[in-house]
Design a protein around this ligand. Structure first.
Ligand SMILES: NC(=O)c1ccc[n+]([C@@H]2O[C@H](COP(=O)([O-])OP(=O)(O)OC[C@H]3O[C@@H](n4cnc5c(N)ncnc54)[C@H](OP(=O)(O)O)[C@@H]3O)[C@@H](O)[C@H]2O)c1
Length: 171
């Protein structure tokens, strides 16, 4: 059985993941969710996001890094030239998790089976976009809310979407 591709992202209400560098929110409960969901998994990341996250990876992570540089050294992982190549490499895994950034979400969403979106209740009014989540292709199947509190200056919901129309992943 081949890997299921999941995209995991934190997205503003107006559809952005970043103002350009870094993640624009400090949300400990979302960080904990991300850490927990990605633990010991195979990950797909763009080269810029990978470099931002250096130092964060744990021994159980297996990062596949999308780059035009086939010589990029990726400890415990590998450089890849395309999303289909990453899916082929992860073939025997239960799940490959795409962690962004914007260019990689755009390239990967057509291959994805599941989206796990932290919908952050804030407007960024610009920045790096997440692809549009079409109601025709995706249905929400679970939703968990986090209110504002001393640790969270902004509220959010973590919404899981499943693809309605399955794609031919061999294409
Ligand atoms: N809010 C969130 O959930 C979230 C999640 C992740 C990241 N982010 C943010 O997103 C930003 C980074 O996003 P980004 O779009 O600038 O960069 P990115 O998607 O992380 O990486 C872009 C790089 O990926 C490689 N690439 C892209 N398309 C390719 C293709 N078709 N073939 C081969 N390689 C390809 C290129 O690497 P080379 O230049 O090496 O060829 C390109 O420079 C950061 O600010 C990060 O903090 C936010």
């Amino acid at each position: 059985m081949s890997a299921t591709l999941t995209l995991i992202a934190a997205v503003s209400v107006d559809g952005y993941i970043s103002r350009g560098t870094g993640v624009p929110w400090d949300l400990p409960a979302d960080r904990a969710h991300f850490r927990s969901y990605t633990r010991d998994k195979w990950l797909l990341l763009g080269r810029r996001t990978y470099e931002e996250m250096l130092g964060w990876f744990q021994p159980g992570h297996h990062p596949l890094v999308l780059t035009h540089d086939p010589k990029l050294l990726v400890p415990n992982g590998k450089a890849v030239a395309s999303v289909p190549e990453a899916l082929r490499l992860a073939d025997r895994q239960r799940e490959l998790i795409c962690c962004g950034g914007a260019e990689i979400y755009q390239a990967a969403i057509v291959h994805a089976h599941r989206l796990i979106i932290t919908e952050v209740h804030e407007f960024l009014a610009g920045g790096l976009p997440f692809p549009k989540i079409s109601k025709h292709d995706w249905e929400p199947v679970s939703r968990r809310s986090q209110a504002m509190d001393d640790d969270h200056a902004v509220s959010f919901e973590i919404v899981t979407y499943q693809r309605i129309q399955r794609l031919d992943l061999a294409a």
